[in-house]
Design a binder for this molecule. Sequence first.
Ligand code: ARG
Length: 588
Amino acid sequence: MSPQPFSILIMSDSTQQPISTQLTQLARDAFQEVFSGTELDLASIEVVQATSSEFGDYQCNSSLSLAKALKRPPRAIAEAVVGLLEADERVSGIEIAGPGFINFHLEDAWLARHVNAAAAAPHMGVPQIGEGERILMDYGSPNITKPLHIGHLRSHNIGSTLDRVLRFLGYAVTADNHLGDWGTQFGITLRGWLESGDEDRLKHEPMEELERVYVASYERSREDKDWLTECRETLVRLQSGDAECLRIWQRFVDLSIEELDRIYARIGVTYDLVRGESHYHEKLEPMVGKLIDAGLAQPSEGALVVFLEEEKLAPCMVRKSDGGFNYATTDLATLESRVAEFNPSKIIYVTDDRQKLHFQQVFAISRRLGHTVELIHVAFGLMRLPEATFSTREGNVIKLEALLDEAERRAGDVVRESSTDLDSAEQARIAAMVGVGAVKYADLSQNPQSLVTFTWEKALSLDGNSAPYLQYAHARICSVLRKFEERFPEADLTGVVPSLGEPTERDIAVHLARFPECLVSVAETYRPNLLADYLFELAGRYSRFYQNVPFLKAPEGVRESRLRLCQLVLSTLRTGLELLGIQAPDRI
Ligand code: ARG
């Protein structure tokens, strides 16, 4: 049976659709009724979140774009539909502003019921726009046999966040860690290992030892031609299946994956597949054959290249003059294999922006080969650390583990000060959540495209846009709810619908209702920072609420309403942080 179309799915429970979807439908119905008989582009009519609260809660600017087709001034168009909009139970008032903008004010009681029901609804009322669709995600994908350094953080971090958000929206995601486990560097490492490998060191610090072997062998290859030849020969032996080379290589791969898993457990990254470039080794030759047959690859100075003049891209080499294959060849073979095996509607690659051209070329060639899968490269800028970021620093690259260690250490100082009542094991557990969370959030709160300058002050700040700030907000709400339970053990919040009598309460409800729309825009723009901004804004609105009205001292009824609102904020904050891959302790 084919999957149900989305329109049928959302019809079945329209009360839990995002408000912008509901109001868009309302507006389309109103326009259709008022202007029946006229040619109307109904799909162009949209109601969106108001860009500022002075424009109400939601706004519709379609009267302006329809003016030409309807041959009427936009204000007159808006005036004609206003009556139908105002009559709706979800709307408390409509304003026509400026040249004909329609501003919607939501009915408080309805809004309260909506956010209350969302918390109990499956997926918190987030529309399952991905139902029936598979997406393949390629992120992390480090080159192995060396330690992860801070440059590796963003791909894992942005990639795994998009992965979680897409799954939350109902997509079937296959996450593949496309390890760089094949290619030139392995000839160098293997030859170096055979010469000077140290078993003992390999046992204790495998990645450091492999990196040492690689660097020494690489440096020698630059001065010593014979050595370089031997490295190349070793690579040929490996790639043609020499048993000894393969055995050692497999050992390096296993050790690398073990190391990766240890760090992945710390940063909360998991994959469905871990298939290195080596997995596609036997598909490279046929791939090149296919490119030749399709008339795409042409000889050029002994190599084979695909010219991409039409796409205004530099030529892409798919086979070197020595017969070796390129990064692009591997990616083309990988793409074909993924399409054949998983039939995804979309493949998303998350790498830094230095690989932009590479992916443009690979995407262009796959188009020419007739692939229709949507291909997305989420390219991010570098993460930079100012000089003074580290108290201890080895060499000139900072290992990701060292960054995490230092984060936990610094978070430990903060936690020990704020939670003197907790035992040291509990403090350490919380410090790990706060430290790792701080590092991740410092990255995720930035537009992926921008360069991130990481500083401890900002990452660990308790009053700025940081993970600890959000974690504290979360812990504070937990604490309020605990106190409520202690003081009023009989009280039952289930079934309580918050009343939105105070402006700070209403502000929270309006924002809570926007959670689904926020996640949809993260998925559409590939920008986790939209979710970070959302949560920061939610925490800000909560803190104004908390500071302005009494909770436990409020009269019965009002008290329960406010605590129910606290619960709603809590569950959205927690879910949002989880989607960012940030753990939220119940107390700090
Ligand atoms: N291993 C590459 C690197 O470390 C990233 C691989 C990204 N994925 C891909 N399919 N090319 O730069």
